[in-house]
Structures are given as C-alpha cells and as structure tokens.
Design a protein around this ligand. Structure first.
Ligand code: HPA
Ligand code: ZN
Length: 327
C-alpha cells in the first residue's frame, strides 16, 4: 500500500553493508566454478538451506567460507557492482561499504586486488546510477591488534580511496579497548571511525567504542537499551546507530521482529538508521528491511519513514553539498 511504496521509493543512504555479505549464492557458485574453488555444498539450494543461524558466530563461519571464491579484482568488482544494482533498485543514493581485508589477505589475495575491484565497482556505480559511495576498512576483532596495524599499514597506498575504518566479527570477548591504539592511528590519519558494538555484546562495549575508540557512529548498538543513561547520551550527542533488523532477527538478537527495539530507540530521540548488514545471508536488502520492520512494528508510520531516511543522510560522511543534492 502507500507506506510500502514510500519505503521503497524514498531516497536513502546505506551505512551498514558488508560487501562480502552481499555475495549471492548464484554468483558464489559461478565464481567457485571459474576459479576452481571447492564449496562444501553441492548447489545453491543446499547452500541456502545452510543459512539457518543461531548466533553471530554460526553466521561468521559460513560467511568467511563463502568469501573464499573471491580471487581476482574482477571477482570483487562483480560482487560489488551486483550490490549497487540492488541498491539502485532500492533508491539508495549513497552507500558506505564495509569490507574485511584480512579475510582475503589471509588466503593470499593481495590487498591491492581487493581495493582495485571495489574501487572499480564504486566508480562504475556512480557513472551508471549516480550512486556515491565510500569504503570503510573493517578490522576483524577476533584477530590481534598487531594484525590490524599491519592491515592499516598495507592500506596506506590506498588512503585516498578510504573513507574510514570499522570493527567487526565476533564481538563477545573482543571489546573495543583491544583496538585502542590502531584506532588512534587511523584517527591521526584523518579517517572516519565506526565500530560494531552492542550487537551481541553489552552496552558497556558501546560506551567504550565511543570513549576509547572515538567512534563517530555505532554499528548495531541495539543493546544500548540496557543502559538508560547511555540511550540518553546517544540522543543528546546525536550519535547514530546503524541498525539492521533482519540481521538481528536471523542472528537471534531478537526472537521476533515485533520485539525489535528500533521504534523505542527512535522515540527516545536516538538517531536510528535502517540497513541491510549481509543481505545475501539475511533475506533482504535495505528496502526489505524497512518493509518488514514497519509491518512488525505498527507504531511506525509515514513520519518515521521520513525521519529514518533523513537520519541516514545526516549520519553519513558525505559532504554538505552532496547531502543537499540527495535530500
Ligand atoms: N557483526 C559482526 N561482524 C560481521 C557482521 C555482523 O553483523 N556481518 C559481517 N561481519
Ligand atoms: Zn555488520
């Protein structure tokens, strides 16, 4: 009906998308065949059937295995451009894209190959669809800070193609403080800073992402709800949360979408945004996340749709000029 059409057609920015999480099973099998990489599933159907997760780690195991088919710059470009085609259909005007270099360098894929493929797709998306974008290099938090430093070092020749750095992978037991020094280095380089926090981990990790890492946005952040004073602070300081409802459902952060706290956080004045996280694995791109969330949370209406879209532009790292063009 009218609301669904609005959710589909309204211009939006996507601020939480792991590009490796946009690799659809069909392309994964195509690249596996081309590159001679064996997948532990006989076909697309069997692979999709394996997408039944019970927590973050059970997803990450399959997600890192899926990325093993990516070998050449063309592979990275094909995956990324396929995301942009979906994003264009969802009226995404601007995307800030996470990538996990360590997943690839650990397999012997040079960082240059990753950057080359991603940047080619970003340039092509701007020409083809007018979508602007930026790349956010994520450190894998289950690895050491020393390895994160080495990754940042290797990325320096591509500094001008980098919007910022982030922090992802298994959250529990890997608090933000573990990466204090490497984030300080990225900050000194003038990079934007974001971090996953409060997805499976506690509200305390959201606090340390802000206070120790100086993160400008929090990815997920839904566990902030356990700390009312923190929620007030997020609202007061205008710190955005990049919330991913279908991801939270599939990884059992919430048992049902109707139990999601997105509307509660929004009503408390937090700058909430809606995003897709790993759409090939979680059953929907950004518009699907909007539509299912609005269906599950009847207190959300037209004004909230506009507010969530406006939040996505305000929380992005685009220039004020580009922002005026998009809104
Ligand atoms: N959380 C942590 N790491 C990730 C995620 C996520 O939702 N998606 C891809 N890597
Ligand atoms: Zn994520």
């Amino acid at each position: 009906q009218r609301l669904v059409r609005l959710l589909h057609e309204m211009p939006k920015a996507e601020l939480h998308i792991h590009i490796e999480g946009s690799l659809e099973p069909e392309l994964m099998f195509e690249l596996a065949a081309k590159n001679g990489v064996a997948l532990p599933y006989p076909d697309v159907e069997a692979l999709r059937a394996a997408y039944a997760f019970h927590d973050l780690q059970s997803f990450l195991d399959i997600y890192y295995a899926g990325a093993s088919v990516l070998l050449t710059a063309d592979d990275f470009e094909a995956m990324t451009f396929a995301y942009f085609e979906r994003a264009a259909a969802d009226r995404v005007m601007h995307a800030e894209i996470f990538f996990d270099p360590q997943t690839h360098t650990a397999r012997g894929v040079p960082l240059d190959t990753v950057f080359e493929g991603l940047t080619r797709a970003c340039a092509r998306a701007e020409r083809s669809f007018g979508i602007t974008s930026g790349l956010i290099l994520c450190f894998l938090r289950h690895l050491s800070e020393e390895e994160a430093f080495s990754t940042l070092e290797q990325a320096l020749p591509w500094r001008h193609q980098l919007l910022g750095v982030g922090l992802d992978s298994g959250e529990r037991g890997n608090p933000p403080e573990k990466f204090a020094r490497v984030f300080a280095k990225a900050r000194a380089l003038g990079l934007h800073l974001v971090a996953h926090a409060g997805e499976e981990g506690p509200a305390e990790y959201v606090r340390s992402a802000l206070d120790v890492l100086h993160a400008e946005r929090i990815d997920h952040g839904v566990r902030s709800i356990d700390d009312p004073e923190l929620v007030q602070r997020l609202a007061r300081e205008g710190i955005a949360l990049t919330v991913c409802p279908l991801s939270n459902l599939k990884l059992r952060v919430f048992d049902r979408l109707s139990e999601h706290n997105l509307a509660v956080l929004l009503r408390q004045g937090v700058k909430v945004t809606v995003n897709s996280d790993d759409p090939a694995y979680f059953g929907g791109y950004i518009t699907q996340n909007f539509v299912e969330t609005f269906e599950a949370l009847p207190q959300l209406g037209v004004d909230d749709a506009y507010m969530l879209a406006r939040n996505s532009f305000e929380a992005s790292f685009v220039s004020p000029e580009r922002r005026r063009q998009m809104i």
